[in-house]
Design a protein around this ligand. Sequence first.
Ligand SMILES: *Cc1c(COP(=O)(O)O)cnc(C)c1O
Length: 383
Amino acid sequence: MEISTEVTTNIQMVDLQGQYKKIKKEVDAAILKVIENASFINGPEVKLFQQDLEKYLEVKHVIPCANGTDALQIALMALDLKPGDEVIAPAFTYVATAEVVELLKLKLVYVDVDPKTFNISTKAILKAITPKTKAIIPVHLYGQCADMETIMEIARENNLFVIEDAAQAIGSTYTFTDGKQCKAGTIGDIGCTSFFPSKNLGCFGDGGAMYTNNDQLALKLRLISNHGQSKKYCFDSIGVNSRMDTIQAAVLKIKLKHLEEYNTSRNEVAAYYDKAFAKHSNLITPLRNTKSTHVFHQYTLITKGLDRNGLMQHLQKRNIPSMIYYPTPMHLQKGYAHLGYKEGDFPHAEDLCTRVVSLPIHTEMDQLQLEYITQEVLNYCKN
Ligand SMILES: *Cc1c(COP(=O)(O)O)cnc(C)c1O
């Protein structure tokens, strides 16, 4: 098959321009309206988006904030933990999950992940619990929920809080054994998400939100995200300045209507990759957890007996981007050396860092691009 230059020059990890073009008129009008009203902070769109998201997620409270990292920090602040209290998080994740624990002088306790699902290992959580453990932060990595049923059982038995990092999994649905279904982020005490532009629901800058079904926690989260201010110039607690810009809320309100369709497109891309790589001995396709739907924030292969860098260079020469999420596990990062972890502590996380590779996946991919990418991956594997 002939490949047009269009295909080979135009592949991106994520195509935000193509996505914008389709909703440009509506989005431009909404942004203009915010500018004309000059209600840049806490304008009416923030509340409207909040309500739409509450409805979509079937959660009692959504508290918008400035970004996903703030969401995690504010969530931890709302739990009234004391310095030295232990918080368990996976070693294979983005830095935001861990950073906020350290900022608040809590004790970060890393645990290993499941080598097949990439998500936090529940066996490892059980081993890491001490009398000082107060919270667990499972991350729904790449768009698929961690084993929330087991995590919630562990939390109940040990009296722990659960903060879900759902930044990569907005729209993913988890089904419990009894048939109950919940959206990612609405299962634990607090769920946190990010609307960073490349996330499945992305705005045009930074944005984030917290979710909870607990009225008391919702009040606290709202208070903390606005300087701890209960009434004008009454500061009831230490807070932060973390509000969602009205312009971002206006964009998100429109994009939320398309989220299901965006996630379906991503699943179609993933299904195409799955099929193309299914029988290849050098490539392990992402395992589908039967309890959770997948929203494929990333499509991540595990390479086996294959020179990963060689593959990535081969693709790059043919204008196909690929990425490693993540090249180094959190416990071996320089900034976290004081925690005293060493190589070998979390073998699955360490091994995945040397073998994973993520391929382009977004809402605007076409058949030609998919044929070209899969063919080139397979061509390299043949060598
Ligand atoms: C993106 C991301 C965050 C942080 O979100 P920001 O909005 O960039 O602060 C946190 N956790 C995970 C797993 C993420 O992917």
